[in-house]
Design a protein around this ligand. Structure first.
Ligand code: GLN
Length: 480
């Protein structure tokens, strides 16, 4: 390990080992993280709010016997925290101070983690670039002219710029994986139901999952260990024995059957295609057997996702009415107050989704739009079920392109939606998928996505770890 490396650049598992040996103190790590924030945050703008350093420096003394030793974590600002506001990057919740912690936050605190700050996102997690934040866009640490991806762009940028050791994101159709790909870090969307959604502000309830965003695969497994598990406050959370997701890391993947969906590689640039070819070679060298597979309903994934997610969003966001929560445009009749509060406090993308969703759910049209989308969702899930009868994992790029320029896709919502083409299918199927650094395209990070069957997190982490070990380490923007 590079002796010059400051502590905030190291993965958490290495820091914990150093703390264990008495070589460093959690205080030193916290100081290095705040130093990076002081140096880079003005440019990157990953955070909506940041906890005062004294708070964490004091806290780590109290937490020194807990497994995570008081080390800090960044949290996407749509996850409820009592210590810091939870804004969803929306004017509606600008001043909203929750009175309870999300289950994942409770678990992290019990394990001895401290909340470092709340990270920027597309308003209510709707978007793929973090430009839909009502407050400010976040920039990609690898190229400040480019987006960090979205909607968990703040979490991805914070980890990539070493302004955080690790972070939580949320993923409805790709919001953990796509920013992880754009920023050159690791991001995992767990199986639907593996991680509690209690305290996650709902966007599309049948798709939303919280997951880890980390510097390497081992940290990803470690963080999943902390947050996964049954929660009686989320009725969709799964009843299952706790797994140790670090257990299989380091085991070989000889004989693994790896599928490459032919529908995912048709429109790739030559550089992106070269990356996919290089991945195939690496997996073959690791002893896996790579074969082409077909997921025939892929072309319907985007319209299906946008119909279902917008329908659920239009229902979930009905609670923001100017009466409950914070912002209210008052001095008006009751009805005008509802309308004005919503007109002034939601941004344009959120309004677009509410309108699409309300349209799709309309009496008389429900079957033709929402009902049909649900049936296509089943076909997409069956594509994967069929594929997993013949392969162990599926690999693909996380996104068709590397990070695009700020402003480039803001005028064209369809172009923005299409950046989700490879992430949305696994979301609709409710199955786990990870994005890990897979090399560079146009000089920018380009993520490899590994998709697994339901609850096969241990398997995709094992494959991701084998790939990571055989391949270049995560590209750090500070090394450029
Ligand atoms: N980009 C997708 C959308 O805009 C996914 C968002 C997400 O996963 N939260 O809906």
């Amino acid at each position: 390990m590079n002796a010059q490396q400051s502590l905030n650049e190291k993965p958490v598992h290495e820091l914990l080992a150093l703390i264990e040996k008495g070589e460093i103190h959690p205080r030193d790590v916290i100081s290095d993280v705040y130093r990076a924030i002081a140096q880079r945050e003005d440019q990157i703008r990953a955070y909506i709010s940041i906890a005062p350093p004294e708070h964490l420096l004091q806290g780590c003394e109290r937490l020194r016997d807990r497994p995570l030793r008081g080390l800090p974590i960044a949290v996407k600002d749509n996850i409820s925290t009592v210590d810091l506001k939870t804004t969803c990057a929306s004017r509606f919740l600008e001043d909203f101070q929750p009175i309870f912690d999300a289950t994942v936050i409770e678990r992290l605190k019990d394990a001895g983690a401290q909340i470092l700050g709340k990270t920027n996102l597309d308003e209510f997690a709707m978007g793929s670039s973090t430009e839909n934040s009502a407050f400010f866009p976040t920039r990609n640490p690898h190229d400040l002219e480019r987006v960090p991806g979205g909607s968990s762009g703040g979490s991805a940028a914070a980890v990539a710029a070493h302004e955080a050791l690790w972070a939580l994101g949320s993923d409805t159709g790709g919001s953990i994986r796509q920013p992880a790909s754009f920023c050159g870090i690791v991001g995992l969307k767990p199986t639907y139901g593996l991680v509690s959604r209690y305290g996650l502000v709902a966007f599309a309830s049948s798709l939303d999952q919280i997951g880890p965003m980390t510097k390497d695969v081992r940290d990803c497994a470690l963080l999943l260990n902390v947050i996964a598990g049954r929660d009686r406050r989320d009725s969709t959370s799964l009843e299952r024995p706790c797994d140790d997701y670090t257990r299989d890391l380091g085991q070989d993947i000889k004989g693994f059957r790896v599928g490459v969906p032919k529908e995912y590689i048709v429109d790739l640039s030559s550089q992106a295609r070269a990356c996919v070819e290089a991945w195939v070679k690496i997996f073959q060298e690791l002893g896996a057997e790579v074969r082409e597979i077909s997921l025939p309903h892929t072309e319907y994934a985007i319209p299906t996702y946008y119909l279902i997610s917008s329908s659920e969003a239009s229902a979930n966001l009905a609670r923001f009415d100017g009466v409950r929560y914070t912002k209210r445009i008052s001095d008006l009749s009751m009805e005008a107050m509802f309308a004005e509060s919503r007109a002034r406090c939601f941004g344009p993308e959120v309004k677009r989704r509410i309108m699409i969703g309300t349209y799709a759910l309309r009496a008389g049209y429900y079957e033709a739009w929402y009902g049909k989308a649900q049936r296509v969702r089943t076909l997409i899930r069956q594509d994967f079920e069929r594929a997993f009868q013949t392969v162990d994992i599926i690999i693909s790029p996380t996104s068709p392109t590397p990070a695009f320029k700020l402003g480039e896709r803001m005028k064209d919502p369809l172009a923005m939606y299409l950046s989700d083409i490879f992430t949305v299918p696994a979301s609709l199927a409710g199955i786990p998928a990870i994005s890990i650094p897979g090399g560079k395209v146009e000089g920018l990070p380009f993520g490899l996505q590994i998709i697994g069957d339901k609850l096969q997190e241990a398997k995709i982490l094992r494959a991701a770890y084998a790939f990571e070990q055989s391949h270049t380490p995560a590209v750090s923007p500070t090394e450029q």
